[in-house]
Design a binder for this molecule. Structure first.
Ligand SMILES: [Zn+2]
Length: 146
């Protein structure tokens, strides 16, 4: 049984025959895996050493987390079997505007605190964090509106 909090809708069904009326879903690991955590630490170290700018670091971080932590999805191939989750299939089936952004935001929601101990990571905009908007007792689940 999956923890519902780890399931995210990734948009209209892209399977042959559009068999999922409510759209496709993807399921993340409930807790950050060791490979995912190590990837994140490596990216943070590169960022802290000035080898990655904050944008590059963020792109890599959330891409790696989606790759390591996404454990299943409803996307089917032409034979009706599940499409294997790979960087290529992720890119093909979940472009940014159709699932990709949602996946990155969900990874951020699920693992952000686990990764940073509450510290926003890495900072891309403002420098203030102590008085930021994330420490009000609620989880920040609302994506930045477009
Ligand atoms: Zn589907």
């Amino acid at each position: 049984m999956d923890n519902e909090a780890t399931v995210v809708n990734i948009g209209p069904c892209r399977c042959p025959g559009a068999v999922h009326e409510d759209g496709d879903t993807a399921t993340f690991n409930e807790h950050l895996s060791t490979p995912g955590g190590l990837a994140a630490l490596t990216i943070r170290a590169q960022h802290d050493a000035g080898l990655l700018d904050p944008i590059e670091a963020n792109v890599r971080l959330w891409s790696e987390l989606v790759r390591y932590e996404l454990k299943s999805w409803t996307v089917l191939n032409g034979d009706g079997g599940p499409v294997k989750i790979t960087p290529a299939s992720l890119e093909h089936h979940t472009p940014f505007s159709n699932g990709g952004m949602v996946l990155a935001l969900k990874a951020s929601e699920l693992y952000g605190e686990e990764l940073s101990g509450g510290r926003p990571f890495p900072k891309t905009t403002r420098r203030s964090s102590a008085s930021g908007r994330t420490r009000r007792g609620k989880k920040s689940t609302t994506p930045t509106s477009t």
